[in-house]
Design a protein around this ligand. Sequence first.
Ligand code: ADP
Ligand code: ASP
Ligand code: MG
Length: 812
Amino acid sequence: MKVLKFGGSSVANAENIKKVAEIVADKKYEQSIIVVSALGGVTDALIQTGTSAAKGDDNYKQLLLNLETRHLETVKNLLPVTIQSSCLSNVKQKFNELEDICEGVFRLGELSKRTMDRIVSYGELLSSTIISHYLNAIQINNEWLDSRKLITTNSQFGFAQVIFPLTNKNIQDWIAHSSSKKFVSPGFIAANQEGLTTTLGRGGSDYTAAIFAAAIQSESLEIWTDVTGMMTADPRWVSNAKTIPSTSYREAMELSHFGAKVIYPPTIQPAMQQLIPIWIKNTFQPQQPGTVIENISAQKNEIITGISSINTISLLSLEGSGMVGIPGFSKHLFEALSSAGINVILITQSSSEHSICVAVNSADANMAKHIVDEHFANEIASGKVDPLKVEHELSIIALVGDKMKSHPGIAGKMFAALGRNGVNIRAIAQGSSERNISAVVAFKDVKKAVNVLHEAFFESSYKQLNLFIIGSGNVGSKLLEQIKQQQEYLLHHLNLQIRITGIGNSRHMLFNDDGIQLNNWNQLLQEAPPMKLSGFIETILLKNLRNSVVVDVTANHQVADTYAELLSHSIAIVACNKIAASSAYKNYIKLKQLAKEFNVPYFFETNVGAGLPVIGTLNDLIRSGDSIHKIQAVLSGTLNYVFNNYNATETFATVVKQAQKEGYTEPDPRLDLGGTDVMRKIMILAREAGTAIEMEDVTNHSFLPPSCMQGTVDDFYVELEKHEAHFKELYLKATANNCKLKFVAEYVNGKAEVGLKQIPADSDFYHLYGKDNIVLFYTQRYPEQPLVIKGAGAGADVTASGVFADIIRVVH
Ligand code: ADP
Ligand code: ASP
Ligand code: MG
């Protein structure tokens, strides 16, 4: 004999019930008990109906009518017209009874738990009746078995406790004396010793089936549902959740106790006692093996079996000096909670014994506060303990695995992964069985936490980055193009999944948690809602996705001002925007410290020399114990381009315009020409070398006439034309000395300066072409022959590739 249970979604409508019939028609279920839930959603709807009636809201009638229509429709869709009538009248009769009960509730304005149990019991009574009729109609002969006659409980309505040993004998007798081999029975419902209807708690049909299975010592218990077995995490939250092929009773118990809704926790006990294997199978993919729960898991190598969460809990803390060393305090606390029927989910006590902390369902928190404070009224009055502290909006995440106890480092890995993602932990508990580590986190973090842990323990093979890109100009577009081109490669070679979760520019902002399509991001962005930077940042924080990285490819002040907040939420920053790193030293160092404090990267390699590895090399030198004596550099691709192309045949202004057109200048070319851009860069290098230096400390020997710095960009070009003679003279003087003009930056002994210099032919700086940059590091290890970095130092393509490299570095 086998026992099968079909859940709410498996019997939600006629179409699904037909799938159930296909399953139970199989010869191997010739002798079986089929336990069914109410049609999906019906229990909730019945609760709502009863509650409305009790509140005097006559909308309950409409709710009942909807339910009646749904059930009648199901019958009509299942049975041929000729044989519908007896089933239809059975259903109608049940709705008449329900109507009478609800009318009573409506009139009295009162709904006891006992009456509520009566009301909800109709969900399973109806579904089992319909299914039994239908199976008989298609020659799957069966007898309807009233579970209320077979399972006896106490009178704790709403959550009745089964009285064992139960009517075991009765169940076996019943079956022995019946001419049928198949039975269909309502789950969830039972009766107390006076024969009044009780229920076994939400999700209780699983338990009904387990009780039957144990009573008849069936060869297996099969729980048929809408997912392919028990999974490594709730599949609605973790898209990569995998089916657990095999697990132990104890692991399954922990997982379900901590929120894996796929099996109702009390279900496991009766099966475990009789060593009956429990199968969890998918009604909609019956050929899939699903999960088997047995005494010992057949999984050999998995240390962690699954991750689950309870999403709405509150934390109660009882604290006070009066608790130290006095036995019985915790006993009193638990007695108080138990007297109110409050279930304790998790307990921690600090070794100082000053405080004891328990987690309960949020729905019980107010009651707990009331009862505990009353219980300890004397101690509170005399100041020995404080009134109970209650914290809401919390969740528990639990990592479960039998083999955890023999493996060190699991807790370390768990908390490191959570910490890296800015998930704060409020309390921790590990059962002495060491089968479970659970942590209390804020409700707003729970989804992220489950995903972070799933990635750490089940997807070690690949890692996901969620990018939010601000700026879609030259560099931004190139970056997106490069990412699109590399996505596949990174996934296969670095096991790195890069998802563009958000893109914003000055006009629009676009989000997609599944990753924005990179074929037509531009179009999607144009059709997206208007940009509001504060809204963009808020959305990133609210989404609270793991491994979030904000990529700033703007030159915008406001964007740079958001870094501190982002870093404080453990969101990584990759910036080609120089504003933050070159702002006041106080701000620069604050950002560096936040990055350290929250253990999250803040990278800005492209601030100096675009894609050239300048900052990274400097960091490596310092980290490996070298010290920087001097830096000499040509750091402006723009100025290089301009002086390489200016030979006094065309005007200086024309050459600058050309540079701007090619995209080698800042939007305001004066930032380049006036030397500000180079000053920023040498200052950033000096800072990275360990000097606390400000912009005012960098000497600028500007070659631009002061009038050029005034007015708009257009005015600037007019002024440049006016001063053509000045530029021509600079050029001719240098040529006369066989020199080239280069705008050079230098840092030595904590001081930095920038200015135009005549460079002779034997200098390292002489052979610089196009938009090249060069940096010479003179260090303790490179005292005479400097370490040289040279190459294209401007342009959207190389800058984007530098940003891309920083993004990939975030992972490591
Ligand atoms: P039924 O109505 O069949 O009793 P439930 O809704 O009670 O089904 O339970 C199945 C649901 O449990 C799944 O649809 C899934 O969303 C959820 N669930 C939560 N955690 C897990 C998990 N670890 N494995 C599988 N399903 C889970
Ligand atoms: N119908 C009940 C509920 O929704 C029992 C069950 O489906 O297991 O809680
Ligand atoms: Mg269920």
